[in-house]
Design a protein around this ligand. Structure first.
Ligand code: FES
Length: 106
C-alpha cells in the first residue's frame, strides 16, 4: 500500500450510528456505516437487485436491504441472510483528523 492510496470521502461528523451514508469517490458507489467501534464501507448496490444499501435499516453491524430484506454485515460485506447470495465488496477505511478516507486501490 502506498502512502497516497487513501482518498478523502466524508467528514466523520456526517456519519451517524444507525444510518448509512452514500459517497461516490472516483465514480464508485459506496455506503459508509458508523458503528460503536469504527466506520465501515461496502459497495452501496445490493448484489440481489437495484437497491441502495445506504437506505437500509441497521441492526447492530448488519444492514437490511430495503427491497427484499437481505442482510449484509457492514464489517466485511458478507451475506447474513438471503435472498442475496453474493457478498458486497468491502473497502478499507481510515478515520483521521475528523475525516474519513477509503483505500480505493484494493
Ligand atoms: Fe436487495 Fe433484493 S435487491 S435483497
Amino acid at each position: 500500500m502506498t502512502l497516497n492510496s487513501w482518498t478523502e470521502v466524508a467528514a466523520e461528523a456526517d456519519l451517524f450510528e444507525g444510518a448509512g451514508f452514500n459517497v461516490k469517490p472516483e465514480g464508485r458507489d459506496i455506503a459508509l456505516f458508523k458503528l460503536e467501534d469504527g466506520v465501515f464501507a461496502i459497495d452501496n448496490l445490493c448484489t440481489h437487485g437495484n437497491a441502495q444499501l445506504c437506505d437500509g435499516f441497521m441492526e447492530g453491524s448488519h444492514v437490511e436491504c430495503p427491497f427484499h430484506q437481505a442482510l449484509f454485515d457492514v464489517r466485511d460485506g458478507s451475506v447474513q441472510c438471503g435472498p442475496a447470495t453474493e457478498p458486497v465488496k468491502s473497502w478499507p477505511v481510515k478515520v483521521e483528523g475528523g475525516k474519513v478516507y477509503l483505500d480505493l486501490t484494493l
